[in-house]
Design a protein around this ligand. Structure first.
Ligand code: IMP
Ligand code: MG
Length: 178
C-alpha cells in the first residue's frame, strides 16, 4: 500500500488555543474547584493532558479502555471495557474526556455504565464532534470543534494505531483505506 495522503484540517496552534478556552470555561463551571477527569484510552490522552494543564482547578485523573470491535474506520456497535478505572466515582464531579464523538455508540454505552457508580455529576468533553454521523444520542457539554464526515488522524487519533503523534489534526485521504 502506498502511503495515504494527509491534509491538515485543524493546525496545532488552533487546537491549543481552543483547549485553553475550554480549560478556562470548565474551571469556571466547577466553583467547588475540584474535578475528576476520565480519559478514554488511547485517543484522548493528548487532549486530556493539555486540557488538564489549561485548567486552574484541582483535577484528579483516571483512564478507561474501551474496545468497540472494529478495525479501520467504522465501529461495529458492540462495546466492551478493556481497562477499568482505578478509583471509585461515588460523590465525584466527573468529566469524561474523549477524542471524538462519531456514531455516539461508545459514549452512550459508557455513560450508562458510569452513571451506575453514583458520581455527583457527569459531563462529557470531546475534542471533535461529527454530528452528521450520530446513531445514538449523546449530550456533549464541551466540544472543541465540529468537523464534517471525514476520517481524521493526529493529536491522539489513529488509523490502525498510526499517526497519533501528529501535532495537527489531518484528514486521511486514501483509496485503499476503508
Ligand atoms: P463512536 O462510538 O462511533 O462515537 O466512536 C468513537 C470512537 O471511534 C473514537 O473514540 C475513535 O476511537 C473512533 N473514531 C471515530 N471517528 C474517527 C476518526 O475520524 N478518526 C479516528 N478515529 C475515529
Ligand atoms: Mg477512541
Amino acid at each position: 500500500m502506498t502511503d495515504p495522503k494527509l491534509r491538515v484540517l485543524i493546525p496545532a496552534g488552533k487546537i491549543q488555543a481552543r483547549i485553553r478556552e475550554l480549560g478556562e470555561r470548565i474551571s469556571r463551571d466547577y466553583p467547588d474547584g475540584k474535578l475528576h477527569l476520565i480519559g478514554i484510552l488511547k485517543g484522548a490522552v493528548f487532549f486530556m493532558t493539555d486540557l488538564a494543564r489549561a485548567m486552574t482547578i484541582d483535577v484528579s485523573m483516571d483512564f478507561m479502555g474501551i474496545s468497540t470491535y472494529g478495525k479501520g474506520k467504522t465501529t461495529s456497535g458492540e462495546v466492551r471495557v478493556t481497562k477499568d478505572l482505578d478509583a471509585s466515582l461515588e460523590g465525584e464531579d466527573v468529566l469524561v474526556v474523549e477524542d471524538i464523538v462519531d456514531s455516539g455508540i461508545t459514549l452512550n454505552y459508557l455513560l450508562h455504565v458510569l452513571e451506575q457508580r453514583r458520581p455527583r455529576s457527569i459531563r462529557i468533553a470531546a475534542l471533535l464532534d461529527k454530528p452528521e454521523r450520530r446513531l445514538r444520542p449523546v449530550q456533549v457539554s464541551y466540544v472543541g470543534f465540529q468537523i464534517p464526515d471525514e476520517f481524521v488522524v493526529g493529536y491522539g487519533l489513529d488509523y490502525s494505531e498510526r499517526y497519533r503523534n501528529l501535532d495537527d489534526i489531518c484528514v486521511l485521504e486514501s483509496e485503499a483505506a476503508g
